[in-house]
Each structure stands twice: as C-alpha cells, then as structure tokens.
Design a protein. Sequence first.
Length: 458
Amino acid sequence: MNNEMNFEALSAFKSPAPSTPVRGFSKLSKLQKIDFIVDNYFSHSETARVMFKKFWHADESVQKTIDEFSENTITNFTLPLGVVPNVLIDGKLFCIPMVIEESSVVAASAKAANFWLNRGGFKTEILGMKKVGQVHFIWNGEDAKLQNLFNLKKAELLESVSAITNNMVKRGGGILDLRLVNKTMDEPGYYQLHGEFNTKDAMGANFINSILETLGHTWKQMVMNAAGFSDAEKDVLIVMAILSNYTPECRVRASVSCSINDLNDDGLGMSAVEFADKFSRAIRISKIDVTRATTHNKGIMNGVDAVVLATGNDFRAIEACAHAFAARDGQYRGLSNVTIENGVFTFSLEIPLAVGTVGGLTSLHPMAKLSLDMLGRPDAEGLMKVIACIGLAQNFGAVRSLVTSGIQKGHMKMHLMNILNHLEANEAERERAKVHFENEVISFTSVREYIASLRNYV
C-alpha cells in the first residue's frame, strides 16, 4: 500500500496533522498550499488562512516576483526597514537603510553616527577584492607528475572557460589565478584546483561556480587522457566544485578617530580619559575571552547584517566569513580594534565583505533596489564601505553603553514599547507608562498590571 498522501484526496483529509508524507506539494498553486497547511496544521484554520493572505503584496506583479525568490512560498514575512541618517563616510553624508527586528539597533547606530558626525566621521579603505573557489578532487600518484600536467595544461584550462569569463573580463574582472594545491597531508589523495577571482560589482557566486564546474569537467578529461599516466593515475574523482564564502582578501577597513578630549559627551558620566581607558579594556577583553568575543561580534553583525539584508545581499555568507575571519589565528576574537597614541583615540574594524550591487536580489527585490538608490547606487566597493561603517557604529554604540550606563537602559526602553504594542496601549497610556517606568523594573507582568490599573481608573 502506498503510504504517501495523494493531493487529489486532500479535501477529505481533516485530521489535526497529516500522519503520512505528502506528495506533489510543490506542484500545487499557492492557494492550494495554504489550504493544505491551514486545514492540517491549524485548529483555527480560517484565521490562519486570512493571516497568510493578509501579507500578500497588493501589486500582483510584485508578489509574483517575491514568490519566485524561493520555493513553496505561501506569503511574505515582514521586517521593518529603518534608516540611519547623517552617516559621514569619507566626507560624504549617507542615509543608510537597515532591515532588522532587534530593538535599539537602528537607534544605537544613529546615535553613534551623530556622535562621530562632528568628529571627522568615518574613514574607509578597501584592502582587497579577491574571492576564491576550488575544485576538490582525489588522485593517487606521484605528485610531480600531476604538477607537470597542470603546468602544461593551465593555459588550456583557462581557455576552456573563456566563454564564461569574457564579459567579466571586459568589466575589469575575471580569473586572477589558478593553481594546483596538494592537500594529501590532510586527506589521502586530496588535491584542489584553487581559483582566485575578481567579480567586480557582482557578488559572483554563480559566475565562480560555473567556472569551477567547467574546470572540473575539463581537468578530469585531461587527467584521463594524460600521456605517460598509468591506468591507476588516470583514475581521478571530482568530489565537488564550489566557491568559498571565506574571503579574507575581499576586505574593508573602517575607522573613526579623534583626540581623547573630544570624546567628552554629556552621557559619559566620567572623564574622557576614563572612558577611553574603559573602552580600550573592553575591546582587549573581546580579544582574549571567547565568551565575550562572540557577543561583541554579534553586535557588529547586528549592523552589518541589517544593511546586507536591506540591499538584497546574502547575510548568511557574510556571517560565516566574518566569524571564520575572527578565528583566523586559531582563537575566536573580537573583530574591532582600538588604539590610543599621542592622545588620539582610534577605533577601527576590518571585516571581509563579499557583496554585490548588480545581479541577484539586488536587481530584483523592489526594496533592495530602493535601498541601493538611497545609497546613491554604489559599486561593490562603495557598499562594502557603507556596511563596515554601520558595523563599526553599532559596535561603538554597544561598547559605549556597556562601559557607561549599561546595555539594558536603552534595551529596556525599546522593550517597554514592544510590551505596550502587544497590550495595544493607546497614546495616552504609552506616555504615562514611559514616565512611570523611567525608574521602575520593566517586565511584561509589571507593564500589563500598570496598563490595567490605568484602564480601571478611567
């Protein structure tokens, strides 16, 4: 008996959840997918059905575009897009879009941007644009013979992908290098064709992967047909061909700098010298303690990911690379740095960022296109600079709070707003609650009881 459910009989299926696997789900229309899900996984199916449809875009053509970004899409998941104005980067003012749901991140970035606005703003430098990928393969034989074959065939290998690289070369990019890497000390018979690439303003994943897969196929044929190779040496296994999201040589540096005396600010609660000392200690702690380093870098990525998302780039790849870079010397460390020399305080961030401003979602997602328009249609290098500056701003804001008033003061204000929204407080209730909880412990229970007391009083 077939234990898979046929969707033709779906209308008769009314249990709280299916007990057998479904079949043909991807072939259903969006409405049919929703019908199946709400009928089988929700006790209040009509409420769920309405909610799923409620978040569809009113413009059918826009919704169709969004649907095609993924598989089995049934609705949209909405996140807020906020902005940080007055971000001075290399002498130019930006208003920077951020997509994030975490309370206080945009506010903290904006506060830090304003702090540095009159202190010279952010300075940036591109440290490299190189991306990498490998063809991973297994081959057993004398290493010198394989190296000789590679040297003999390298030009031919590169020519085999010319149809893929021609347009990128015209834009100033393409394959920077290709070499054979012996990894047999790590895994028996393991070698790589290691490629280095410049993909200009594209993130370049499809470009690099297409090249690598072609190189893998061509290399396999070359080894199988190599003169002077035994039958055993002609036996090559291509394991996989894939770009790497670890791009330490596609990196940007952002920094802010001022005299220690210029760090004076009304909210410090201490002298500028004391603040600089505590701030520096906090950064050093992030370099030596992994438990602090993890949270320290998470704060940086709060800012980085928010801009990456707003511009239609891949925040998972950015995250993976940043954390690998943080552990590049064998210990996971904080990504930002501080120096105090001759009375000058400098705070900086070096971070790898493989992003694009053409192709993919950057060209398809309506809000990603608007975000890039807001930024003045930057090239990839320009976007790297913007992202790094927001990461640094967010980190400065977080560490400043930690060494002065504490992180919870700002978080609790936003937490109160979230609770009041949940309780559907009106404007008068919200204003009174903000005053009441200025010096009171904020919890869901305490806020709920206070709002209830206001409503009973009225």
